[in-house]
Write a protein that binds this ligand. Structure first.
Ligand SMILES: NC(=O)c1ccc[n+]([C@@H]2O[C@H](COP(=O)([O-])OP(=O)(O)OC[C@H]3O[C@@H](n4cnc5c(N)ncnc54)[C@H](O)[C@@H]3O)[C@@H](O)[C@H]2O)c1
Ligand SMILES: O=C(O)[C@H](O)COP(=O)(O)O
Length: 527
């Protein structure tokens, strides 16, 4: 049984799913050092934002096949390192959208009406009504930074509250914004116009301290700011200063530059107009069930050898695409492996041509499959769909892709040409029926071969007796031939022969084959 480590609190429903296929250890109090120590034992890890999978931690996970983030943000995972190591990273892109959006609205209303402070005052024995006169959100302008899933839901709820909505999102089309009834504006306009500003973008190097002292200066006096996205998007020192000076009337923060927030953080000292929650955006029963099921199912699937539906580091390989392309992916991988073995040495360029029905499909997974096959003789199980593109790039392999939707002999075929240190080799393959893989040409010689584990390929002159001589030689060495195919373009011209053999070729035999008169080259292929 594979082993899964659950290192943050996850809903039991997720643990139950994982337990169908794995031994599950729930250890939610590991220190970073302990985590690194235990990680080599595990095939998968399931986390929330609490566990920091740093470069060192990911590298310690030598047996990890998948990292499952039961939530949205993967900024606590060193994804590039995971990708290089061939570890799939998955998340739950939508499981906690509503929870985070509702927390944002709750923060906005709490800021407007001082609910946390009024509650604390009353419970502290007072009946103070004067200190807590609030403001209405009705007819105010809400500026949303990042109009993705959460930002969009916040927009629609805020519209129902009678707010005017401005949004800044450089990656969003005006059509989408119009559909949401939102004014898509430049950042500076939003900052000038908004009475409330809420953040719903990822933490990246571009969004680090997006809200800083300079941008706060542009804002309206008395603006209120909410951050339920990620700590570090707001400069905490600058925002604390702006609260003290009265420039900013209130802030509500669910996320912090350092989590847990330090006991001595100055933010804790600020008054009734500063609301802090300990990263509770996704903490609803519904969201925790959603993300646990979503991510546990993906871990289960990957451990069973199936694709994950929301891998953040395998673009394009969703289960629906996988199901549709599966036979072509197997074909591309086999052809990549074959052309790589024929090429022998270093490959600098791989031309991938997709012909017929496959030319109209999503090509990226097919290219990745071909690269996986190409690199697998050298890297073996270290290369997979996650890291094949990176591994190829690091080796300087350039990929050229062409498509031709016209149908020739087969409804769809894949043609690979490898250019490398030892010249050029090309192979073509197609599907017979829906899923039977065939090699349909080698270096332009037409054949029709079902690939098998061991194959012997010869390039030779088409002349009487040559096939017999190769066959007898194999017989002398007790190598059994399962089937044989010859492809030629003209009688007594150049030809290619493919022998499917039942046994590996004994050492030295290939040399003898190459020395047969008329044989120009020979290759042993192991698929
Ligand atoms: N507090 C919580 O518990 C909690 C819960 C869920 C999600 N989150 C966080 O909320 C944020 C939003 O999540 P989502 O699910 O809506 O993500 P999403 O990917 O659906 O939306 C993010 C949006 O930000 C936009 N964006 C990216 N870079 C930008 C930039 N430089 N300027 C402006 N816009 C930019 C993108 O175009 C996208 O539309 C993420 O940071 C996520 O980690 C927090
Ligand atoms: O990105 C997310 O999904 C949220 O920040 C939730 O984090 P959590 O799973 O630690 O609550």
């Amino acid at each position: 049984m594979p082993k899964v480590l659950v290192s943050d609190p996850i809903d039991q429903v997720g643990i139950d799913i994982l337990s169908q296929v794995a031994t599950v250890d729930v250890k939610t109090t590991l220190s970073p050092e302990e985590l690194i120590q235990v990680l080599p034992e595990y095939d998968a890890i399931m986390i929330r934002s609490g566990t920091k999978l740093t470069k060192e931690a990911v590298e310690a996970g030598k047996n990890l096949k998948i990292i499952g983030r039961a939530g949205v943000g993967v900024d606590n995972v060193d994804v590039p390192t995971a990708t290089r190591m061939g570890i799939v990273v998955v998340n739950s892109p939508e499981g906690n959208t509503i929870a985070a959006a509702e927390h944002t609205i709750a923060m906005m209303m709490s800021l407007s009406r001082f609910i946390p402070a009024a509650n604390a005052s009353l419970k502290g024995g007072k009946w103070d009504r004067k200190s807590f006169t609030g403001v209405e959100v009705y007819k105010k302008t809400l500026g949303i930074l990042g109009l993705g899933k959460i930002g969009s839901h916040v927009a629609s709820v805020a519209k129902a509250l009678g707010m005017r909505i401005f949004a800044y999102d450089p990656f969003l089309t005006t059509e989408r914004a119009e559909k949401l009834g939102v004014n898509l504006v430049e950042l500076e306009i939003l900052l000038r116009e908004a009475d409330y500003i809420t953040l719903h973008l990822p933490k990246t190097k571009d969004t680090h301290h997006l809200i800083n002292a300079d941008r706060i200066t542009i804002m309206k006096d008395g603006v209120r700011i909410i951050n339920c996205a990620r700590g570090g998007i707001i400069d905490e020192v600058a925002i604390a200063e702006a609260i003290k000076s009265g420039k900013v009337a209130g802030i509500a923060l669910d996320v912090f530059e350092n989590e847990p927030l330090e006991a001595e953080s100055g933010l804790r000292e600020l008054g009734a107009n500063v609301i802090l929650t300990p990263h509770l955006g996704a903490s609803t029963e519904e969201a925790q069930t959603n993300v646990a099921v979503d991510v546990a199912e993906q871990i289960r699937d990957v451990l069973l050898g199936l694709p994950a539906r929301s891998a953040v580091n395998i673009p394009g390989l969703r289960p629906d695409v996988w199901q549709k392309l599966k036979p072509y992916l197997q074909l591309a991988e086999m052809l990549g492996n074959l052309v790589g073995q024929l090429a022998g040495g270093r490959v600098d360029n791989l031309d991938v041509k997709l012909q017929g029905e496959i030319a109209n499909s999503e090509s990226q997974p097919v290219v990745v499959a071909a690269l996986k096959g190409l690199l697998s003789p050298a890297l073996r199980e270290r290369v997979n769909f996650v890291n094949a593109s990176i591994e190829a790039k690091e080796r300087g392999i350039r990929v050229t892709e062409t498509r031709d939707p016209s149908v020739e002999d087969y409804s769809g075929s894949i043609h690979l040409t490898a250019h490398g240190s030892q010249g050029q080799q090309s192979v073509t393959g197609a599907l017979l029926g829906k899923s039977e893989i065939r090699i349909t040409s080698i270096n332009g010689f037409p054949i029709n071969v079902a690939p098998t584990h061991y194959m012997l390929l010869t390039l030779h002159r088409d002349m009487p007796g040559i096939i017999g001589r190769i066959g007898s030689l194999l017989g002398n060495f007790n190598v059994n031939i399962a089937s044989m195919q010859v492809g030629r373009r003209m009688v007594r011209g150049e030809a290619v022969m493919v022998l499917n053999i039942d046994d590996p070729l004994p050492s030295g035999l290939l040399d003898e084959i190459v020395h047969i008169q008329g044989v120009t080259d020979a290759f042993v292929v192991k698929l």
